[in-house]
Design a protein around this ligand. Structure first.
Ligand code: HEC
Length: 149
């Protein structure tokens, strides 16, 4: 019994570490630094604004979505570079939780179109650099629990 449990623990441990360092791991992923201004230009020219808003950026596009998805702003956990790149080149990988209930199209499928055949790598690099600068981390404030006597 004990041996079986130990084995199960060992296997789970191995599987977990395998995910982090295996060939599918994002380790070692890095893109060159992009240009913020060019990224903003890509954001407007590719039509991202028809479904998204970013605070402080004027939006003149015709709206496709009833409720545009806001990008950037204050977040409690910073979006990593990898997450932003994934959101753009593989939008169905992880559908924004706040949105998942409202998606009217197929379940598990993001309504966001793929830009992979039209966007250049240089555009992607600039775009992600631009998006990154629009997220601000809210400093974490620990709850002040009083002392018990
Ligand atoms: C037809 C509408 C549409 C267009 C056009 C579109 N998106 Fe989206 N996008 C969405 C929707 C809906 C979501 C939320 C659901 C999801 O996460 O897939 C989303 C999610 C995202 C997210 C993740 C947001 C989060 O909080 O996790 C990013 C980043 C993003 N889009 C960037 C872009 C960029 C950059 C472009 C332009 C190249 C673009 N989108 C074009 C509809 C669109």
């Amino acid at each position: 019994m004990f041996i079986a449990r130990l084995l199960a623990l060992l296997i789970t441990g191995l599987l977990l570490t395998a995910c982090e360092t295996g060939p599918d791991s994002p380790r070692g992923f890095s893109l060159p630094k992009g240009d913020i201004a060019k990224g903003e230009e890509v954001f407007t020219t590719l039509g991202c604004m028809s479904c998204h808003t970013i605070k402080g950026i004027e939006n003149n596009s015709t709206q496709t979505l009833e409720k545009p998805v806001p990008l950037g702003g204050k977040v409690s956990r910073i979006k990593t570079y990898g997450e932003l790149v994934t959101s753009v080149i593989n939008p169905s990988h992880k559908i924004a939780r706040s949105y998942s209930k409202e998606v009217a199209t197929q379940p598990g499928q993001s309504p966001m179109p793929s830009f992979n055949d039209t966007m250049t790598v240089a555009q992607l690099v600039d775009l992600v650099t631009f998006l990154e600068t629009n997220y601000q981390l809210i400093p974490y404030e620990p709850t002040n629990y009083g002392m018990y006597y």
